[in-house]
Design a protein around this ligand. Structure first.
Ligand code: SF4
Length: 326
């Protein structure tokens, strides 16, 4: 990543869901994303990790406006996505696309691959004739490592990895500037995961794209990301350069997440100390008053149960933990 401009600036973003059952029941609000702020630069890959239910997918979907934020701003190239509606929102969707987790569910089984990739070009009026659209589909199929004659085939005729390549071609069809990759490899075989990640990296270099890469596998996120954000219970607890976060974690939660990554070398694995987190992740309906991690943190003090830590700068990192406050 070179010295680039900010392309996306998220500030104090909250996404809440009302899950109250029945009109006489007490109000229950799930705080899926709770006051999150960060920037993504042009040509950067920002990896977002955390256990399932930490809010990372909701955050990605709020950024592309699939979910309505409760409050906060999402500034993309100077405009607030959070406030966009109607035509302005449709126009913005051309610049920001999404690659979905499940390549089986995200492609319409009744449409050919050609129709699937052409559809966003038609919605956004990219070409005025079908011949140009078809030529572009063939070009995109080659870019993602598929063959031109795949254009007439249906999704069911492809493997999971090939379907995800179709999903990538569809996202690229409108020449976006930014792609939210929502766990794009977690439904794929391990042998295929690296191929898809390398394809995404090559495309980024070629087209100058920025990515928000959502995943629960920290080692894969480290491989693709320039910077990593770690989420826990709707909050960003650590954020910094991928190498620093991966090799020298600061937040106790990041340390625990990293200690759980399997190491292929049995000698190295024997020496590694695994931190087993006790207890369940608290419910986002009723999160702890203080630090979100206080119910499972091996270093928690009395203060941690009362006061929520705010993210502070620690060297190259931003960390939300009382241990680092001076
Ligand atoms: Fe642990 Fe306290 Fe830091 Fe939270 S603030 S991570 S509970 S030490």
């Amino acid at each position: 990543m070179s010295e680039n401009k900010v392309i996306l600036s998220v500030r104090n973003l909250k996404t809440y869901f009302d899950v109250t059952k029945g009109i006489f029941s007490p109000r229950q609000i799930v705080k899926a994303v709770d006051d999150v702020s960060f920037d993504i630069m042009e040509n950067e890959t920002f990896g977002l990790v955390g256990e399932s239910g930490c809010g990372k997918t909701t955050l990605g979907r709020t950024i592309v406006k699939l979910y309505e934020p409760e409050s906060g701003s999402i500034i993309f190239e100077g405009k607030d996505i959070a406030k966009m509606k109607g035509k302005e929102l449709t126009a913005f969707r051309k610049d920001m696309q999404m690659i979905f987790q499940d390549p089986y569910a995200s492609l319409n089984p009744r449409m050919t691959v050609g129709e699937i990739i052409k559809e966003p070009m038609i919605i956004h009026n990219i070409y005025d004739n079908d011949k140009d659209r078809e030529d572009r589909v063939v070009e995109l199929l080659k870019i993602v490592g598929l063959k031109p004659d795949h254009i007439r085939r249906y999704p069911a005729e492809f493997s999971g990895g090939q379907r995800q390549r179709v999903g990538i071609a569809r996202a690229l069809a409108v020449n976006p500037k930014f792609i939210v990759c929502d766990e794009p490899i977690s439904a794929l075989d391990v042998s295929i995961q690296a191929q898809v990640v390398n394809l995404l990296k090559d495309i980024q270099k070629e087209m100058g794209l920025s990515y928000l890469f959502v995943a629960h596998d920290l080692s894969m996120v480290k491989h693709i990301s320039d910077r990593i954000g770690v989420m826990y219970l709707g909050q960003m607890v650590e954020l910094g350069p991928a190498n620093d976060v991966y090799h020298r974690p600061l937040h106790p939660y990041t340390t625990a997440l990293l200690s759980a990554i399997p190491i292929p070398d049995p000698d190295v694995a024997k020496k590694k100390q695994r931190i087993v987190l006790e207890g369940e992740v608290p419910s986002p309906i009723n999160p702890p008053k203080g630090c979100p991690f206080c119910t499972r943190c091996p270093k928690a003090t009395e203060r941690c149960h009362k006061e929520r830590p705010v993210p502070i700068e620690v060297g190259t990192r931003k960390v939300a933990c009382h241990l680092y406050e001076k």
